[in-house]
Design a protein around this ligand. Structure first.
Ligand SMILES: NC(=O)c1ccc[n+]([C@@H]2O[C@H](COP(=O)([O-])OP(=O)(O)OC[C@H]3O[C@@H](n4cnc5c(N)ncnc54)[C@H](O)[C@@H]3O)[C@@H](O)[C@H]2O)c1
Ligand SMILES: CCCCCCCCCC=O
Length: 810
């Protein structure tokens, strides 16, 4: 067995143990990579310096910083990415569980290039690990020193069986390509890209090809040429032009060519001094083969600036070429070096024509202060990425897919795109064996009538959440009966039941967790707000978070004489709540969250499914002021505890937010007691350790059952359908507010309210949202001795009222 075969076989065997699939294992490996970049930065930089003469700062700025960002993103979002993704359904599948399950592909081969050896090799590896794969890593042999450092260091930090490094050149890569992989992720030139695809085709292995090509740069005469040329010079001469997305050549009108040359020259001097050769920020050509290749390209072109070179040092000065013709040598292939040809075009039309004559590039740059020019350039061309008025920076935006199109590559990566690219997005539909009548419309004998029903059920897509589905199920049961029994009744196109088709505008788009973080700093509680502040206090939340102005908002005032007593509200079952565990508390800037493990589960209580715990937190006042969110008959209580649970199979609020009962929130009101409640002491002490936004601490040996009564004592509660009480106020909450209050002394209340600070640095007091209008909703109260059998009936009742009110069923 060759060395390459052995590495692949070992990786496959390790993958088959299943360990790469555990999310905890993936996060551990990613954290180990984080440690590698913290602990070995100088070793990494020293090797890159030897290979490409990049400075230590340059290596961090262009390579490892981006990797650190990718690692943070993957670690923070992995659970969300890896969780099942519920999807929109049609009426025929309304009662089924339909979701996408991201699954690892298996063993991935990563073939890296030499120009940003860490970025283009480790970034795909982050995606491969995050997606639960094994990966064979083949660094580019051209970057001799870096390849050696990777071979030495990676096995010290990450699972060496799952993620082996195989070094070597073309023969070794070819031997690897003879093995069977589940995905090949290649970065390099297009010629080799074709060989990779050919080898992959033998096993029908999917490929990602991150290639290059000539990335054009159009400079419109209508723009600030100093700024444009400075940005182009940075994009071109960084890493000596050996950047896949470097602007390859400039297209501009002849009238501005001289100005462009002068401005580029000025920028070169500004960045690299009069003598770039001695400037620590100017790199070298990777080797003499590439040096000769680039120098050969100068043939037949006029040098307007630069041109100095020294073969023994692989040095080529930043160079500008003027009046270059399309037939010139330098225009026949990707330059991948510090030569910047300028070609004349008569204007935008000719520039677009020129670009479209060539292969689709990896990047396309357009400099103009005229939006019409920018819009035409995007609309009338195609490229992997498009940037107006800047170069390169899109590579650093993890929320943008990075990749080529046509000759510049296929597939994309970065951030979640890396995860998806290296996952199999498996379609899952879990149906129950009942409701067979509904299926009869698709079983032979086929009739026009059955087709009519099938059209109706298949062409209507819905997203009504669980409650809506219950109502529709009832309708479907009727339809099943109709289809089965009354085939003589003609099918009516215009049913008196209309299902409003789902479209994006009907509900708030699912916000990513990063978006949540980004916007969270902009809202505040009333207590934080002062006239000179720009933050939004509760009455203005809806301006930024439309759901906060919805018709099912929380908290509410409960008028005890108006609640509906309901015997279909049984007690709860808590699972795991008596376990002793260590929990983490974190100051989130608006409150402190106590994270709970997903193994804590909740069922019963007439909740439509099984729920997993996420966290709990408190709402409080300050200086003797009450701080509960819910009020009863107008009375506000000193403090309120919320325990947040997410319905299975959702993994986050973002996934649950389209389900009316996607979140189960258990609320407890506190009443002042003369004695301390000893069970609160460790929580209160922990708040003293998380005074500032972002700080966290661990509470050892915590038991949730110490702070709340046992489930058998929690049979009496209020239930209504509402929302989260902080932005985005997602209307996805089945609220349960228990009658049993919890005790807290005034000394303890003071201790709680005086310790933490908001994200603004002000004391964290009065953290509650004012009560919201009931807007016609009904609040139910449980009745002792309730039976489980009435649960379905109860939710169908609730849903009909709500759907009727919101106009979903007319
Ligand atoms: N799209 C991107 O993200 C990206 C990033 C970096 C570089 N690039 C492109 O890569 C090119 C430069 O890299 P390169 O190709 O010189 O890098 P390279 O020579 O390092 O080759 C890339 C990889 O392919 C392997 N390889 C080379 N020849 C082979 C063959 N005949 N058979 C099998 N494997 C072979 C090498 O071992 C190496 O690991 C440029 O075109 C550049 O634009 C693209
Ligand atoms: C801050 C801008 C970072 C740019 C890094 C470019 C990396 C390109 C990889 C392809 O060659």
């Amino acid at each position: 067995m060759s060395r390459e075969q052995q590495a692949v076989a070992r990786a496959r065997k390790a993958f088959e143990t299943g360990r790469s699939k555990s999310v905890e294992h993936r996060i551990r490996q990613l954290k180990n990579l984080q440690r590698l970049f913290t602990e070995k930065q100088s070793v990494i930089s020293a090797a890159v310096k030897k290979d490409l003469n990049k400075s230590e700062v340059g290596t961090q700025l262009y390579e490892t910083l981006g990797l650190e960002g990718e690692l943070n993103t993957a670690i923070n979002h992995l659970k969300e990415w890896a969780a099942p993704r519920p999807v929109e359904k049609n009426l025929l599948t309304i009662s089924d569980t339909v979701y996408i399950k991201p699954e690892p592909l298996g063993v991935v081969l990563i073939i890296g290039a030499w120009n940003y050896p860490w970025a283009v090799t480790i970034q795909p590896l982050i995606g491969a690990i995050a997606a639960g794969n094994a990966a064979v890593i083949k660094p580019s042999e051209v970057c001799v020193h870096t390849a050696k450092v990777m071979e030495d260091l990676l096995p010290l930090y990450i699972d060496k069986e799952l993620y082996p490094v195989v070094t070597g050149g073309v023969p070794e890569t070819q031997e690897l390509l003879r093995q069977r992989f589940d995905h090949i992720f290649y970065t390099g030139n297009s010629v080799v890209g074709k060989l990779i695809m050919e080898a992959a085709a033998k096993n029908l292995t999917p490929v990602t090809l991150e290639l290059g090509g000539k990335s054009p740069c159009y400079i419109d005469k209508n723009c600030d040429l100093t700024i444009a040329c400075r940005r182009v010079a940075w994009g071109k001469y960084t890493n000596c032009g050996q950047t896949c997305i470097a602007p390859d050549y400039i297209l501009c009108e002849p009238s501005i060519q001289d100005r462009v040359i002068e401005e580029v020259k000025k920028a070169i001097k500004e960045f690299y001094t009069d003598n770039p050769k001695t400037c620590p920020d100017y790199g070298r050509i990777i080797n003499q083969r590439h040096f000769k290749r680039i120098m050969n390209m100068l043939e037949g072109s006029t040098v307007a600036a630069g041109g100095d070179n020294e073969e023994s040092d692989c040095y080529i000065a930043p160079t500008v070429l003027r009046d270059v013709k399309p037939e010139a040598k330098v225009m026949q292939e990707e330059i991948f070096g510090p030569l910047l040809p300028i070609l004349s075009v008569s204007g935008l039309d000719e520039a677009i024509k020129f670009i479209n004559k060539g292969e689709k590039p990896l990047a396309l740059y357009c400099f103009s202060s005229d939006n019409k020019v920018i819009n035409r350039m995007t609309d009338e061309t195609s490229s992997g990425g498009f940037l107006a008025n800047d170069c390169l920076v899109h590579f650093s935006v993890g929320s943008l897919p990075f990749g080529g199109v046509g000759n510049s590559g296929m597939g994309c990566y970065h951030g979640k795109y890396s995860f998806d690219q290296l996952s199999h997005l498996r379609s899952c539909l879990i149906k129950k064996l009942n409701m067979e009548g509904v299926n009869s419309m698709r079983y032979p004998p086929h009739t026009p009538k059955k087709l009519g029903w099938a059209r109706f059920f298949i062409l209507n897509s819905v997203d009504l959440g669980w409650v809506g589905r219950m109502a529709l199920l009832a309708v479907m049961a009727v339809v099943a009966a109709v289809v089965l029994q009354t085939t003589s009744v003609p099918f009516k196109e215009k049913s008196n039941v209309h299902f409003k088709p789902f479209h994006q505008g009907d509900s708030e788009p699912i916000r990513s967790a990063s978006h949540r973080t980004a916007v969270s700093a902009q809202w505040c509680y009333q207590s934080q707000y002062s006239c000179d502040d720009t933050c939004r206090d509760p009455i203005r939340w809806a301006a930024q978070f439309p759901s906060c102005g919805g018709l099912r908002q929380s908290p509410i005032n409960i008028v005890s004489t108006k609640v509906h007593v309901n015997s279909a509200l049984p007690p709860f079952n808590f699972i795991g709540h008596t376990n002793t565990i260590n929990i983490t508390v974190e100051n989130k800037g608006h409150s402190a969250h106590f994270a709970l493990p997903q193994s804590f589960r909740l069922t019963g209580g007439a909740l439509p499914g099984h729920y997993r715990a996420a966290q709990f937190h408190f709402h409080w006042g300050g200086n003797g002021r009450p701080g509960s969110e819910h009020t009863i008959d107008g009375e506000q209580f000193p403090m309120e505890l919320h325990i947040v649970h997410i319905k299975e199979p959702y993994g986050s609020l973002a996934e649950a937010e389209h389900d009316m009962a996607g979140i189960a929130l258990l609320a407890f009101l506190f009443e002042e007691s003369s004695d301390d409640n000893p069970h609160l002491d460790s929580l209160i002490a922990s708040l003293g350790r998380v005074k500032n936004n972002g700080s966290s601490t661990v509470i050892p040996n915590f038991r949730l059952s110490d702070i709340i009564p046992s489930d058998k004592d929690l049979f009496s509660y209020y239930r209504y359908v509402g929302s989260m009480t902080t932005p985005g106020c997602e209307q996805a909450v089945a609220w349960t507010l228990f009658h049993r209050t919890l005790p807290i002394s005034s000394r303890q209340l003071d201790a709680i309210t005086q310790q933490c600070r908001f994200w603004t640095g002000q004391p964290m007091t009065d953290i509650f949202r004012p009560t919201q209008p009931l807007d016609g909703r009904v609040v139910y109260r449980s009745k002792a001795g309730a039976a489980l059998g009435g649960v379905m009936h109860w939710w169908v009742g609730v849903s009909s009222v709500l759907l009727g009110r919101t106009g979903l069923i007319h």
